[in-house]
Ligand binder design. Structure first.
Ligand code: C2E
Ligand code: MG
Ligand code: MG
Ligand code: MG
Length: 293
């Protein structure tokens, strides 16, 4: 940071740094307590076939459930946890809760083949990860094909040979790989070529753009999604649209040939207990007709 002239500038600068450090320390405290007191939860958001809206799988999303402050969203926690390294312990906790959640979902008829997608930060790909996944699958009696490891370009861009080896090992025992937030960073379809990617998740900024903004932006976003979808299908990848909120968005995505979708239009992320009750209440079938929300 540059040295600032004048008293006000210096004060703003110092207060900003203090606020930042204070906020960070506060979050570190939540993380430490959260691990000790078991405040971390793995909420599940259904991923649906956008044509008939049957559930194909679930994405596990980290939540820190503070007894006084309520449920804290993951972004700020993940940033701090990646810096301090606690994301590894948190991630292991989330993985276990999510896989346990998937096992419980099997109480609902038709959910026996539903898959579970779990998000991973780059530093979570440590040598111990594959064995940890295998032991959880054993414990909950889940086939590895039902687990999808969601990675972002940040993981692939490093082109770190150790990470590559670990991802390949996870694939070898049958888990699948999804490329998350596609279209945001330096997305390149060459990743599909270099990595055993099975699923492409198109970022929600694209889902917004297909019906928002100027006709020009709209037209170009649609062409882009359509091209990505065609190419992905040729490479045997499933395409998912993230963040679908309206019927209009869903209809457009169906017409463009996307496979699956995820968004508030269908289901919000929920604690497995809540989701179980909801799905049981609506007699939701995975291969059934359109379910009632
Ligand atoms: P993501 O993997 O792209 O997850 C999708 C995000 O979109 C989730 O945000 C979800 O709640 C949100 N979402 C789903 N449907 C809609 C919709 O219709 N509209 C809008 N506006 N949002 C929707 P969330 O739960 O806040 O998670 C944010 C990010 O944090 C995730 O993005 C993922 O990158 C990361 N994350 C979440 N859980 C974990 C975890 O267990 N481990 C790691 N390493 N990262 C995680
Ligand atoms: Mg994700
Ligand atoms: Mg995503
Ligand atoms: Mg996203």
């Amino acid at each position: 940071a540059k040295k600032r002239d004048g008293k006000n500038g210096a004060q703003v600068f110092n207060n900003g740094m203090l606020d930042d450090a204070r906020r960070r320390a506060e979050i570190e405290g939540y993380i430490e307590n959260g691990l000790n007191e078991d405040w971390f939860e793995a909420h599940l958001q259904p991923i649906v076939n956008i044509e008939d809206r049957s559930i194909a799988g679930f994405e596990a999303l980290m939540r820190l459930h503070h007894p006084q402050k309520g449920i804290l969203p993951p972004k700020s926690i993940i940033d701090v946890a990646e810096e301090t390294g606690s994301i590894i312990r948190i991630g292991n906790r989330i993985m276990e809760k999510a896989i346990c959640g998937l096992a419980r979902m099997q109480q609902i008829e038709g959910m026996q083949d539903a898959y579970l997608a779990i998000n991973f930060s780059p530093i979570q790909f440590e040598p111990a990860l594959p064995a940890r996944i295998v032991s959880l699958l054993d414990r909950y009696n889940i086939r590895p094909e039902r687990i999808v490891v969601e990675i972002t370009e940040a993981v692939l861009m490093d082109d770190n040979p150790e990470i590559r080896t670990i991802i390949n090992e996870i694939c070898r025992f049958g888990c699948r790989i999804a490329l998350d937030d596609f279209g945001t960073g330096y997305s390149s379809l060459s990743y599909i070529n270099r990595f055993p990617v099975d699923i492409i998740k198109i970022d929600q900024s694209f889902t917004r753009a297909i019906n928002d903004g100027s006709p020009d932006v709209r037209r170009k976003s649609r062409m882009l999604i359509e091209s990505i979808t065609t190419l992905s299908h040729k490479m045997n990848c499933t395409v998912i649209a993230e963040g679908i909120e309206t019927e209009e968005e869903c209809a457009t995505l169906v017409s463009m040939g996307l496979d699956y979708g995820q968004g508030f239009l269908f289901h919000r992320p929920q604690h497995p207990d809540v989701l179980l009750e909801m799905l049981a209440g609506t007699q939701y079938h995975i291969h059934g007709s359109v379910a009632q929300a």
